[in-house]
Design a protein around this ligand. Structure first.
Ligand SMILES: Nc1ncnc2c1ncn2[C@@H]1O[C@H](COP(=O)(O)OP(=O)(O)OP(=O)(O)O)[C@@H](O)[C@H]1O
Ligand SMILES: [Mg+2]
Length: 249
């Protein structure tokens, strides 16, 4: 049985893909069998992990039943991954019937015994694709930036998770809020962290003890399609994600 994590929030550009990439690298390094699932039509995770999403079957082919899920898994030098591309945008319109929130869960059940951990990247937004990710998951991680816009979105994310817990996945637990691109010397970031703490106390959502620092090497590794541990094993972002992995375990 694998443990499934989805990384979600409606905010764009806050580190969902970076978190999936880093956690997959970290858990792979520890000798686990890891599968990543790219549920974002932007395909950023597919690119950063070196998967081909142009000429190979993708998660769209798997959920529409065109290709067996096992045939959609690619084994890159970084991780196993089911890639995604822009075709996934059409899935929401194709699936309109009952049980449409379980489409991803159903295909992952086929490979459940082959992996220890499955990490699902999701698009910005809280729509059909994100609901599918949450319905297939044991745990959810919510990345956010230490700023007012991310804070404003937290309650909405929480309400979506509550909805899924009631409607389709009562087993879903919130692993925590992950503060990304944190600068401990910034007064604004410290204040945002304090507010996030207050919101998390009210909603009873944990915040990871480790904040991920701004670490441009992470972005470089993604654009070079390189494993962060080969590219910058000692950079601050890698050290922080190592600590996050330890907290998760
Ligand atoms: N800790 C960090 N330090 C430096 N750069 C980072 C960090 N985290 C993320 N980035 C960079 O910020 C940008 C946005 O990150 P990322 O793509 O992971 O966000 P996202 O939430 O997945 O975005 P989207 O909503 O578009 O899917 C990327 O260029 C990424 O490389
Ligand atoms: Mg992303």
């Amino acid at each position: 049985m694998s443990i499934v994590f989805s990384i979600i929030t409606q905010k764009g550009g806050v580190g969902k893909t970076t978190t999936v990439n880093a956690l997959a690298a970290s858990f792979n390094k520890l000798g686990n069998r890891v599968l990543c699932v790219d549920m974002d039509p932007q395909g950023n995770l597919s690119f950063s992990t070196g998967a081909d999403s142009n000429d190979s079957p993708t998660v769209y082919d798997a959920i529409t039943g065109r290709v067996r899920v096992t045939s959609c898994i690619q084994h890159t030098s970084m991780t196993d991954i089911i890639p995604s591309n822009i075709l996934l945008t059409g899935a929401e319109l194709e699936f309109t019937g009952k049980n449409r929130e379980f489409i991803l869960k159903n295909i992952l059940s086929v490979v459940d015994d082959k992996y220890d951990y499955i990490f699902i990247d999701s698009p910005p937004g809280l729509g059909f694709l994100t609901i599918n990710a949450l319905s297939a998951s044991d745990y959810v991680i919510i990345p956010m930036l230490p700023d007012i816009f991310s804070l404003q979105g937290l309650v909405q994310v929480y309400e979506t998770i509550e909805y899924v817990q009631k409607a389709s996945n009562p087993e879903l637990s919130i692993m925590g809020i992950l503060i990304n691109k944190y600068n401990k010397r910034s007064k604004l970031h410290k204040e945002a962290l304090g507010t996030a703490q207050m919101i998390s106390d009210n909603l009873d959502i944990p915040i990871f003890n480790t904040n991920v620092r701004n670490s441009p090497k992470l972005a470089e590794a993604h654009s070079l399609q390189t494993d962060i541990y080969s590219y910058c094993p000692k950079c601050s972002g890698v050290k922080d994600y190592d600590k996050i992995s330890t907290e998760i375990i």
